[in-house]
Design a protein around this ligand. Structure first.
Ligand SMILES: Nc1ncnc2c1ncn2[C@@H]1O[C@H](COP(=O)(O)OP(=O)(O)O)[C@@H](O)[C@H]1O
Ligand SMILES: [Mg+2]
Length: 359
């Protein structure tokens, strides 16, 4: 169990900035996700925590104790790497025993820990098998198990399930959640998959080119993104964005023609309205304040339907419950749930207001 802190941490590789000015505290027992696109510095953060890299600036603390210059062994954190490698010539059980044998634990203690972890991961019947005789998902469990047997201060996982197929990933997500609750351990988990991050994290941090864009619980990040970057990066189908201008408490866009009143925003300036697809309503009859649009594409996904609508030159997406029927090119009228419209500064991308009223 451990609280992990990064204070003003930066790391460059030659001229390449990997991470910069990172201030982050992962609480004891927290399931914390680091989320962002490739090359934004996620793995670097884990390697810095683990002690495989030293920062150029800043400090790292575990439970308030400075470890910036400590070796990985002194930090006692356990890592599951992106490209997990099991020893192919060792059975699943021996792969689990390996880190414990290395640490010269007694045979009885080793068997106790291996049995306990195998049971948690539902791999007890697999222990005698060689990795080549296990499925991808089973191998993944063994690899995760190998990091769990050590009883470290915290677990670090670098995209541990990204190589699995979609169905297995979903299964492993549930398992990881359950496991983390049972283990009651700090878990820092890196992923580039937003659904994965949203579904497992107590809190998450979104990275943007080596810097932190936002930290918070998933629902907060989804409902109150601090910037256009975060709004666009979290949510699928992605948030709709409409560029316009903000003047005297009024946001107006020209393509499509659309205006609403908002609180906040100073002077006349470029602004961007963001509205999530589930906050877009589609009607067949004209509505006050609605945008005229034509049905461009329909994706029936079972529980809901994503309708793409062409409004002027722009395509807006609506996510509608159930299986509504639309014909291609059908004329429609689009309204937004104004309470849930976000407004971003056109220059900086910062959110300056949420919620609007009819113009
Ligand atoms: N050992 C290294 N040498 C040089 N550049 C590196 C090294 N490790 C990472 N980088 C660079 O640092 C940036 C962040 O990398 P990384 O932390 O691996 O990103 P992520 O895990 O988010 O994909 C990238 O531009 C990457 O190319
Ligand atoms: Mg990485």
């Amino acid at each position: 169990m451990a609280r992990l802190e990064l204070r003003g941490v930066s790391k460059h590789y030659g001229a390449i900035l990997a991470v910069e000015g990172i201030d982050l505290t992962v609480q004891d027992n927290e399931f914390f996700c680091i989320f962002g696109p490739p090359a934004c510095g996620k793995s670097t953060l884990l390697r810095l925590l683990l002690g495989l890299e030293t920062p150029d600036a800043g400090s790292i603390l575990i439970d308030g104790r400075e470890v910036t210059k400590s070796t990985p062994a002194e930090r006692n954190l356990s890592m599951v790497f992106q490209n997990l490698a099991l020893f192919p010539h060792l059975s699943a059980g021996d792969n689990l025993r390996f880190p414990l044998v290395e640490r010269k634990l007694s045979a009885a203690e080793i068997e106790r820990r291996v049995a306990a972890v195998a049971e948690k991961l539902h791999i007890t019947p697999l222990l005698s098998k060689l990795p080549a005789h296990l499925s991808g998902g089973e191998r993944q469990r063994v690899a995760i198990g190998r990091s769990l047997v050590r009883d470290p201060a915290a677990y670090l996982m670098d995209e541990p399930i990204s190589a699995l197929d979609a169905r297995l990933r979903e299964e492993m997500r549930v398992e990881l959640n359950r496991l983390q609750r049972e283990l009651k351990h700090t878990l820092v988990y890196v992923t580039h998959d937003q659904e994965e991050a949203m579904s497992v994290a107590d809190r998450m941090c979104i990275m943007d080119h080596g810097r932190i864009a936002q930290v918070g619980p998933p629902h907060e990040i989804y409902n109150a993104p601090q910037s256009r970057y975060v709004a666009e990066f979290v949510g699928s189908p992605p948030i709709n964005l409409i560029e316009g201008r903000c003047e005297a408490g009024r946001f107006a866009a020209g393509n499509p023609d659309f205006a609403v009143r908002i609180e906040g925003g100073a002077g006349a300036s470029a602004a961007v309205l963001g509205v999530r697809p589930e906050d877009v309503a589609v009607a067949r009859a004209p509505q006050p304040g609605a945008i005229a649009a034509r049905v461009y594409e329909v994706e029936p996904l079972g529980a809901f339907t994503v309708v793409a609508l062409k409004a002027g030159e722009r395509v807006l997406r609506a996510q509608l419950p159930g299986q509504p029927q639309f014909a291609l090119n059908e004329p429609t009228f689009v309204n937004f749930n104004l309470e849930r419209c976000h407004f971003f500064d056109g220059a900086t991308g910062r959110r300056f207001a949420t919620g609007a009223r009819p113009a």
